[in-house]
Design a protein around this ligand. Structure first.
Ligand code: SF4
Length: 702
């Protein structure tokens, strides 16, 4: 009986964590006689993406849902303390504040901050709520830190941004695979068998990473690169391909523009300099490039290791130049993939919670796009505010006092933003902070009002996985306590703000149907996708403009790219060094990332006993010679400092990292928060912070 949380149940759902979106069958067993304790059985069910596999996160994803830490009632700050309150009191307080701030300072004094784990429906509605219910231009989301570099590079090069340009099923067909800055073995573990299958089929695997990760273990060549020099490496590899005549001249002339300019630019690229810059042997760079160039088929992947740099956009574009120059795209076993991190990292950025975008990947600057969406929403296009700023820039506006009220939905910005001390200071002095979350996250603890929301087992909605495949996740158990869905909170607040006619929704499906219309004719066209079709087919790729069957096979660019003339664009971009160079005071480069058992800032996974037990505290990886130099013992507490601030973690000495590099996971807040030291410098093209290249110092805490 799925309506009961007390008795046993048997439900099919989707993992709430990473972008693979594996399907789960969850069984709650009725307690044995004489015991109170329920047990759960979990198994994977085959779906198109995961083929029935689950990783340890998916196996334990029910644990945070049943956690006694769940927020079951709204909280309102009284005399400095968060105190249980009714929904009426909590929502009235929000409405009163929003109306007051808007009247006194204008609507742009209110900001909204969303998340890449929200369903497409919640993400769509949050964007509409910001622009139509509040009239503010300030909305952005944590996906800015996830995919913005790959998205902007894909848009410029191909004219469209979808995580994978091919399908996961193409991976075993590839004869050479480049994994640049992606540790899928820990971040998307159920994808690993695609790569081992490719290897069994004879594929040559090249991993680019400053660390010997679990993913690097399957590599034929591991390029253990200096952090922040990926853009240079890609240019070096392209230079080799050119000098070895391994380019696909027909593809270049028929399907691309801009190669002549790139060729000219490459004349000045010096492989010795590239080797010096990247810390790699010239012969290995040569071998990697030649192997990829000679392979009949190939897929190149990037992820946050390449993208979370102040030149992440440039680095991805340089890698895309390699893909285009060898013609390895738009055919079986070929393509490019940006491996999304968050559960709905793909869909979350397509429908309007990003400052520069309207639903369907429409541009907020384009008059035709604005007019189209305005018509769907029933407003004049001038009523849609113009572009705001990126996630971290919003935090700066909070700190400066320009944003006086902030509504955070499905995110934990005080832990996930770079320069976390500045963010915390800003949020501690903001006039009014609202957080909608399942738990009292580090950000929620600072809020004036906290709204308890439903978990993935308790609400309906669609998510778009890393392939661009839209999947429906339906409600499987009743919501506990007074928790509400994200979308219903937004509808109720809109009604209280006098905007009910724009938010008449009574179900997630109704919102999706408006999203379908709003996206129609856009780059991310969902018009042909319906809940019924998703129930029947189990997942549908976008773009899907028609409700007819079989109008999409998931492979992009078979005939044409998405630019007006159907051609992709080469871009001659520089081999730039990272902006924050280690110096005498901060001599080491710190990079960050994930561990297998945790997700994002750990708000959910740290509340899952099985996951928390696997990784109870944060740590820093450093090379034995680095440890000796700074007199650090294995397992002792160290302080890591940068120009921004300091944090403390336990040391983990390993020879699986470069001597000039440190690695710290990103899942912990408070004194263990790596982001107290990370660089807030932003990529000028996409506003991605330079998480992966922070200059730091380290000392033992004794
Ligand atoms: Fe699958 Fe990702 Fe969930 Fe693991 S975390 S079960 S790989 S969706």
């Amino acid at each position: 009986d799925p309506a009961s949380r007390e008795s046993g149940f048997h439900v099919d759902t989707q993992c709430p964590f990473c972008s693979v979106q594996c399907k789960i069958r969850l069984t709650k067993n009725i307690p044995l006689p004489g015991t109170q304790r329920s047990t759960y059985s979990v198994e994977g069910i085959p779906n198109a993406a995961s083929e029935g596999r689950l990783c340890v996160k998916g196996m334990n994803a029910h644990q945070h849902v049943t956690s006694t830490d769940r927020l079951l009632q709204p909280l309102v700050k009284k005399d400095g303390k968060l105190t249980p309150a009714s929904w009426e009191e909590a929502l009235n307080r929000i409405r009163d504040n929003f109306l007051d701030v808007s009247e006194r300072y204008g609507p742009d004094a209110i900001g909204l901050y969303g998340g890449g784990s929200l369903t497409n429906e919640a993400a769509y509605l949050l964007g509409k709520f910001a622009r139509i219910a509040l009239g503010t231009k300030y909305i952005d989301y944590n996906g800015r830190f996830c995919m913005s570099a790959a998205a902007s590079a894909g848009n410029k090069t191909f004219g469209i941004d979808r995580g994978l340009t091919c399908r996961l099923s193409d991976i075993p067909l590839a004869r050479c695979i480049i994994l640049a800055g992606t540790n899928i073995a820990e971040c998307q573990p159920t994808l690993m068998p695609y790569f081992t299958k490719a290897k069994e089929n004879g594929a040559f695997i090249i991993v680019i990473d400053p660390r010997v990760t679990a993913t690097a273990a399957i590599a034929d060549i591991h390029l253990q690169i200096k952090p922040g020099t990926d853009a240079a490496l890609a240019n070096g590899m392209l230079k080799v391909l050119l000098s070895e005549s391994l380019l696909d001249e027909t593809f270049i002339s028929d399907r691309t523009n801009g190669f002549a300019g790139l060729k000219q630019h490459l004349a000045a690229v010096d492989l010795d300099e590239i080797a010096e810059m990247t810390g790699l042997d010239k012969a290995i760079i040569h071998k990697a490039a030649v192997t990829y160039g000679q392979a009949e088929t190939g897929i190149l992947f990037t992820a946050r290791g390449v993208e979370q740099q102040t030149d992440g956009h440039v680095a991805v574009r340089n890698f895309l130049n390699i893909v285009l120059a060898t013609g390895k795209i738009g055919k079986p076993g070929c393509g490019y993939g940006a491996i999304t991190g968050q559960g709905n990292g793909q869909g979350g950025r397509e429908h309007g919670q990003k400052s520069d975008q309207l639903p369907g990947y429409r541009s907020i600057d384009d008059e035709q796009d604005r007019a189209y969406v305005a018509k769907v929403w029933g407003v004049e296009s001038q009523e849609i505010p113009r572009k705001g700023v990126s996630a971290y820039e919003m935090m700066e506006l909070v700190h400066q006092g320009a944003i006086r009220s902030l509504f955070v939905m499905g995110s934990n910005p005080v832990v996930s933003n770079p320069n976390a001390d500045l963010v915390e200071e800003g949020l501690s002095k903001i006039d009014f902070l609202v957080v909608a979350d399942m738990f009292l996250s580090e950000t929620a603890r600072m809020a004036d009002v906290v709204l308890p929301v439903t978990a993935y087992l308790e609400n309906d909605g669609t998510l778009t996985n890393l392939e661009g495949r839209v999947l429906l996740r339906e409600t499987t158990i009743a919501a506990p306590g007074e928790t509400r869905h994200d979308w219903s909170i937004l509808c109720e607040l809109a009604e209280m703000l006098g905007k009910q006619r724009y938010f008449p929704f009574e179900s997630a499906e109704q919102i999706f149907n408006e999203l379908r219309l709003a996206s129609r004719g856009g780059l991310a066209d969902y018009y042909g996708i319906t809940y019924d079709r998703l129930r029947r087919d189990g997942g549908v790729y976008w773009p899907c403009p028609s409700t007819e069957e079989n109008d999409t096979n998931g492979m992009l660019f078979e005939q044409a790219f998405a630019h007006a003339d159907g051609k992709a664009i080469f871009h001659p971009v520089q081999s730039r060094l990272p902006q924050e160079i280690p110096d005498e005071q901060f001599p080491l480069t710190m990079t960050n990332g994930r561990v297998l058992s945790h997700y994002l800032t750990g708000v959910q996974t740290r509340r899952s006993p099985s996951l928390a037990a696997r990784s109870v505290e944060n740590f820093i990886e450093l090379h034995p010679r680095t440890a000796r130099k700074y007199k650090i013992e294995d397992g002792e507490w160290v302080e890591v400092s940068s120009r921004r601030g300091s944090f403390s973690v336990r040391s983990r000495i390993t020879d699986k990292i470069r001597e000039d590099t440190l690695f710290v996971p990103m899942h912990w807040g408070g004194v263990q928060n790596v982001n107290k030291a990370t660089s807030p410098e932003l990529d000028p093209n996409c506003k991605m912070p330079g998480f992966k290249t922070s200059a730091v110092s380290i000392r033992p805490l004794r």
